[in-house]
Design a binder for this molecule. Structure first.
Ligand code: TRP
Length: 363
């Protein structure tokens, strides 16, 4: 049997998506979608996972489903090629999670570095909700239910993929070869891997107010770019500037190409020349920020326009998610049936079992 190439990935709906999501994952997903190299693509709004640390805030999760869906459609994910669905609507995923939980130890979960740092960030140390602690198992269910071969994610998700691979190997060796081991697919550009906030802080996060959102207006983007963090020692234009930790240059690494220079800053051929001049001194921050603004506006304008179109018909967007969820459920149900058969818990569709047992008692 030739193995299908299947993508599954997703996002927690806890806010609108920003350019960090775009550089780190969304842009790649659209390229993969349009490459024609995949048999099936599933992109999931991970509301159940979002609830593991927002269980007191269900309305926030509920309101952000549509925001994430609009962002997906805006960047060019196309429901005729990519299945967009909502995690909680696929109850098969929770069933798989329950069975996989037998294959994972508490100490293994405790070693997950991403979960560890999230526990710290959320002040969960004193009492960790079980649901949150075990979300890597549920993520393994998300991935394996669709027999995903490729999971495009940021590097913070590598521990989840590794955990999934371990569950797959253990399941297949104990029961039967049902599940497929997935591979992570990381962004190929270092700057895209983790775009800093506009304030230069390591991560873009809503609570820090340092995000450029895909849905931001042209004016908002311009304002945010013009007040971005650069190099605190670069006080005068003539001073030599540093690139290390300079958010504007990280963004340029992530988004600019030579064609942008030809169009908006023809004095330079490419980013290397611009960096060189900046480090030498004599290049002001305003100039590099204006250039970054042009680059970002070019990238974001079509996304904003497409979002505005979809915003005009919200019921249609919910319909896309409903259809996607129905289709996803069928695939997950098929895998769950195979899992149950392998685990010997498929009593009613096993005529052989009933026949053998009745013969045993008739003798
Ligand atoms: N953990 C991912 C995040 O925080 C979201 C997610 C849930 C996911 N299930 C997944 C990603 C399965 C990839 C595959 O962004």
């Amino acid at each position: 049997m030739i193995m299908e190439k299947v993508i599954l990935t997703g996002d927690r709906p806890t806010g609108r998506l920003h350019v960090g999501h775009y550089a780190g994952s969304l842009k790649r997903r659209v390229e993969l979608q349009n490459s024609g190299k995949f048999d099936r693509i599933f992109i999931m709004i991970a509301d159940a996972q979002a609830l593991t640390d927002n269980f007191e805030n269900p309305e926030k999760v509920r309101q952000n489903i549509i925001e994430v869906a609009l962002d997906y459609l805006a960047v060019g994910l196309d429901p005729s090629k990519t299945n967009l669905f909502i995690q909680s609507q696929i109850s098969e995923l929770t069933e798989l999670t329950f069975f996989y939980a037998n294959l994972v130890t508490v100490s293994r979960l405790q070693r997950n570095p991403t979960v560890k740092s999230e526990i710290q960030m959320r002040n969960f140390e004193a009492s960790i909700p079980v649901g949150f602690f075990t979300y890597p198992i549920s993520q393994a269910a998300d991935i394996t239910a669709f027999k995903a071969t490729v999971v495009p994610v940021g590097d913070d998700q590598l521990p989840m993929i590794e955990q999934t691979r371990e569950i797959v190997r253990k399941f297949n060796s104990i029961y039967d070869e049902v599940l497929v081991e997935p591979e992570a697919l990381l962004p190929d550009n270092e700057a895209c891997m983790r775009l800093p906030g506009t304030d230069g802080k390591q991560k873009m996060s809503k609570s820090l107010g340092n995000c450029i959102y895909l849905a931001d207006s042209e004016e908002d983007v311009r304002k945010k770019v013009m007040s971005m963090y650069t190099d605190p020692e670069h006080l005068q234009v003539s001073d030599p500037g540093h690139l290390e930790g300079n958010a504007v240059f990280t963004y340029l690494d992530a988004f600019s190409n030579d064609a942008h220079f030809a169009e908006y800053l023809p004095e330079y051929h490419n980013l290397d020349e611009l960096k060189e001049h900046y480090q030498r001194g004599g290049l002001g921050d305003v100039k590099i920020k204006k250039f970054l603004n042009s680059v970002l506006q070019e990238e974001l304008a079509p996304i904003r326009a497409r979002r505005a179109e979809f915003e005009k018909d919200i019921p249609a967007v919910y319909e896309i998610l409903r259809k996607g969820s129905d289709a996803a459920r069928e695939v997950a149900a098929q895998t769950l049936a195979e899992v149950k058969r392998a685990m010997r818990i498929n009593y009613f569709d096993d005529a052989e079992l009933i026949r053998i047992q009745s013969e045993k008692y008739l003798q």
